[in-house]
Ligand binder design. Structure first.
Ligand SMILES: [Zn+2]
Length: 326
């Protein structure tokens, strides 16, 4: 690789997750020049993790052949609620002990560059909008389906954050008012019916009832029963496991139909770990969306798979930062 020209024009982006930290150094056009991955080890507490984040960024810089003085700005995305104006992570479900952590102030003092913070699902929506499957679209919805269901909204080419920054919580639309309890305290949210956690819970119930010898055997071999176990049993011909996966896909489609009617998007981008299961979930989801959404809204919309993989959050931060850079 030829050395990148020096100067204060490079962007540092960090995706802070419950299990790992990913840092990249990029140009505004999205070209990545260096990266660093390390485990979060969140149990060591915020102070240690903050220093680890700074170290991760410095290592990514070194890999790009650059120094701290070459950075124009850094951006960090994290799960859970955050105060983006104050640069404070309010709380984070996967980071024990993180309460009101002033992460931007820490990074600004430690690295001597401006820092910005964003929720990870919002960052992901921006990343796909600018660099991924939503390039060239003005109206898009990004939905991630993994252990939970999250999302972000791009309306008129701008991230829509809502009044208090929590807009786009696609997983917490109520589908069944009397349905299973959701992590948010409500009942019957999409997340409680169609997330990886929900699929695994239905799988556990099935095994407890003696409803699938194959699923029980796979779970025992694996040492745990996850949504992927249910999908594997389904793909190996287990009808009861297939029914669970298809039911989750059906609920996803019910949710998608409502998003289509409310937002009239050009594209809905689906990312997250469960997308790897492909048509097992997305087939019923697409069919249900098409059966339920209004035809005028439906004719504009495409359902696409996310393109950026685990770079989606950091590329969203690069997109966010480049707005403030020449
Ligand atoms: Zn909920």
């Amino acid at each position: 690789m030829t050395a990148a020209p020096r100067g204060k024009k490079y962007l540092g982006a960090v995706d802070l997750g419950g299990s790992k930290i990913l840092s990249v150094i990029a140009q505004g056009d999205g070209r990545r020049l260096g990266e660093d991955r390390r485990s979060t080890s969140a149990e060591e507490g915020p102070e240690v993790v903050l220093e680890r984040i700074a170290g991760s960024l410095e290592n990514a810089l070194a890999k790009a052949g650059l120094q701290r003085g070459d950075l124009a700005a850094v951006g960090i995305c994290s799960p859970g609620p955050c105060d983006i104006d104050a640069g404070v992570i309010s709380s984070a479900p996967n980071l024990p002990g993180w309460r009101d952590v002033p992460i931007c102030r820490y990074l600004e003092e430690r690295l001597a560059v401006p820092a910005r913070l964003e929720n990870d699902a919002n960052a992901a929506a921006l990343g796909e909008h600018v660099y991924g499957a939503g390039r060239g679209c003005r109206h898009l919805i990004y939905m991630t389906v993994s252990t939970g269901i999250g999302g972000g909204l791009i309306i008129d080419s701008r991230l829509y954050r809502g009044a208090t920054g929590v807009a786009g919580e696609l997983g917490h639309m109520v589908i069944d008012p009397d349905g299973p309890l959701c992590g948010c305290g409500n009942r019957g949210c999409l997340e409680a019916l169609a997330s990886g956690t929900a699929i695994a819970a239905r799988g556990e119930e099935l095994v407890a009832q003696g409803g699938s010898a194959l699923l029980a055997k796979l779970a025992q071999e694996q040492g745990e029963l996850t949504a992927e176990t249910v999908c594997r049993a389904a793909q190996q011909g287990d009808a009861a496991s297939r029914e669970i996966a298809q039911r989750a896909g059906y609920y996803l489609g019910v949710g998608l139909a409502s998003y289509v009617n409310i937002f009239n998007p050009e594209v809905i981008i689906v990312g997250g770990g469960l997308v790897k299961e492909g048509e097992l979930l997305l087939g019923p989801a697409r069919a249900e969306m098409e059966a339920r959404a209004m035809s005028e809204a439906l004719k504009a919309v495409q359902l696409k798979l996310a393109e950026l993989g685990d770079y989606v959050g950091v590329m969203g931060m690069v997109a966010l930062l480049r707005e403030g850079c020449s």
